[in-house]
Design a protein around this ligand. Structure first.
Ligand code: FE2
Length: 145
């Protein structure tokens, strides 16, 4: 049994946790539509996550994360928040952030995430440095059109 969930398992745990936080429950149909996958894929993954001890099904309540599942989901959420904090400092809009973070977050090592968290904190504590960087970007030749 792998000690850490696969990238796609992480996506599921993250979304299930978000749905439970938002609505109080996570239905297969909602997970499928928000991850843009088939319900059958959700059922398969939910079964696998159950076997790995990340969640279980409770009658009348639906999917419930175990302590282990919640711990992993919280870590994933924190990593997303760190990246969002960093991208916000760079002035990237919410939509770009969401797309890009979902695209890269499962591929980053803890070392890189830790470095970006420290860089975000450094830039927050040194607004002059951030201002200099933002100003220098005004003349950027790499800016997308
Ligand atoms: Fe995420």
């Amino acid at each position: 049994m792998p000690s850490t969930p696969s990238q796609s398992a992480e996506d599921y745990l993250e979304r299930i946790h978000e749905l439970i936080e938002e609505k109080g429950y996570a239905r297969v149909v909602d997970i499928a539509s928000s991850l843009k996958v088939k319900q059958a894929s959700v059922t398969n993954m939910v079964q696998k996550l159950g076997e790995l001890g990340y969640l279980h099904y409770v009658k009348y309540r639906g999917l419930v994360l175990t302590d282990k599942g919640r711990a992993v989901a919280c870590k994933i959420q924190q990593r997303h928040a760190t990246l969002s904090r960093f991208f916000s400092l760079l002035g990237l809009d919410a939509e770009t952030q969401q797309l890009d973070i979902e695209g890269i977050e499962h591929h980053l090592s803890p070392a890189t995430v830790s470095c970006l968290a420290d860089l975000a904190e450094f830039l927050e504590k040194n607004p002059d440095v951030l201002r200099q960087f933002t100003k220098s970007r005004k003349n950027s030749k790499t800016k997308p059109k």
